[in-house]
Design a binder for this molecule. Sequence first.
Ligand code: ATP
Ligand code: MG
Length: 186
Amino acid sequence: MQVITIVQTKGGSGKTTTAMLLASAALDAGRRVTLIDGDVNAQLGRWRDSFELAAWETVKKPAWPEALSILSPPETVEGLLSLLEGEEARGVDLVVIDTRPGTHTDTEDFCLISDLVLIPARPVFAEWEMTHRAVLWMDDLRASIAEGERFPAVRVLVMDASEDHRCRHAGRGSQPSPEARPGRLD
Ligand SMILES: Nc1ncnc2c1ncn2[C@@H]1O[C@H](COP(=O)(O)OP(=O)(O)OP(=O)(O)O)[C@@H](O)[C@H]1O
Ligand SMILES: [Mg+2]
């Protein structure tokens, strides 16, 4: 079982979207997935709610995927570790933890029990600046743990925005190039 935590110091940078995309891709590949909603705003919980509340008149309502669970995080690290043990025991392949923006200790706890920390960023100045902060934060966290202790891999996930308005206004067409599709992992 792999555990991925999504972090960013900046709000609205695509953390929850990344968590949902990763879960969807893993489900498509036949994996069992658990999302942990580590953000007090509970955006992921609302994903499930909006699925239930959507107007399904014109399209037949599909079943919520049995292989996808959305859970709230336990309050302690011990609780989190035992939740992960339980998820592994019931055959979950991937756990993705969404977090709130900022540099919080609860997010650090999520990172420390993960195999991979992903920092989503769109290629615009404000996000690069905050991404740099997030990378330095992860460096500090790595430096704070005892030598030889396990630390997750940390990667910046560059996500292209779906439309480049400058290109459109400059008359170069609104279609993104095949290399610049939304959500592409660079
Ligand atoms: N790669 C992307 N390209 C274009 N728009 C995106 C992309 N990723 C996310 N968005 C949009 O940006 C907005 C913020 O995304 P999202 O809610 O995933 O960010 P977040 O980091 O979880 O925010 P918060 O810090 O408030 O939890 C949403 O409207 C989402 O649809
Ligand atoms: Mg979010």
